[in-house]
Design a protein. Structure first.
Length: 243
């Protein structure tokens, strides 16, 4: 009897979304100053804080998204490894997106990919696409693993580059639309790419969806960043307006 192939990231995302009736991705960004007073200054408590959130939401989400910088800055990478293992146990089948926003080429990208997928066991990772396809390709060598490319971010400075018009590309799209085209088409060699589009830009979510109708969208930017709709991982059939 043949062994079933492991689920891809896209398959896991769709299954978790259907099982939990959810498009919600929960970010795990343990800002030390916001931890309970008696936990501050103790890096080991980053795990306790995030694990409690996982336990409370395991049946209500389609993905979890730990932010690596909050752990690395505290020398708490071991706590992140513990958290990844805990998610597997507490929320089996719910994919984990490692939010690291890496962007480099060659052997360095290979090491970042190894960090995400072998050390931490992530199902997907966030990446900057601005060094081109060869900065993305090492991650896509990992069969079934996902990658979300920064496309139209929620920060005001995103206008500096993402909103520029490309006069030498057919239709003269803005940079973020061109990234969406590339992710939908020639860059998506393993079929597991998605896009990051900020909730603060709902009309541009529609434009991204027009260029990439089948990719999952990771939509952050709620609360302090001013977004008015829930951040979520949209399904492949995804609705464009964040409803």
């Amino acid at each position: 009897m043949s062994t079933p192939l492991p689920l891809t990231f896209i398959d896991m995302l769709a299954a978790a979304s259907a099982r939990n009736h959810s498009l919600l991705c929960v970010g795990l960004d343990p800002e030390p100053s916001k931890l309970p007073l008696h936990w501050r200054g103790d890096a080991s408590k980053l795990f306790d804080f995030c694990a409690a959130i996982v336990d409370a939401t395991a049946d209500q989400v389609c993905a979890f998204k730990p932010q690596i910088a909050y752990f690395a800055a505290q020398g708490a990478e071991t706590q992140l490894e513990r958290l990844m293992a805990h998610i597997r146990q507490a929320a089996p089948g719910v994919p984990v997106i490692l939010d690291s926003k890496r962007g480099d080429i060659g052997s360095t990208a290979e090491q970042y990919a190894k960090e995400a997928f072998e050390r931490y066991g992530a199902d997907a990772v966030t990446l900057s696409p601005f060094m081109g396809q060869d900065s993305i390709e090492p991650y896509l060598r990992y069969a079934g693993k996902g990658a979300f490319l920064l496309c139209r971010t929620s920060n005001p400075g995103g206008d500096d580059l993402q909103a520029r018009t490309l006069a030498d590309v057919d239709g003269q799209p803005q940079v973020f639309e061109h990234i969406a085209r590339l992710a939908q088409g020639p860059w998506n060699s393993n079929g597991q790419l998605g896009l990051v589009v900020g909730a603060t830009r709902p009309q541009e979510i529609v434009r991204v969806r027009a260029q990439a109708p089948h990719l999952p969208l990771l939509i952050p930017g709620v609360g302090a960043q001013g977004g008015g709709c829930l951040g979520y991982c949209a399904s492949r059939a995804g609705r464009a307006n964040g409803d």
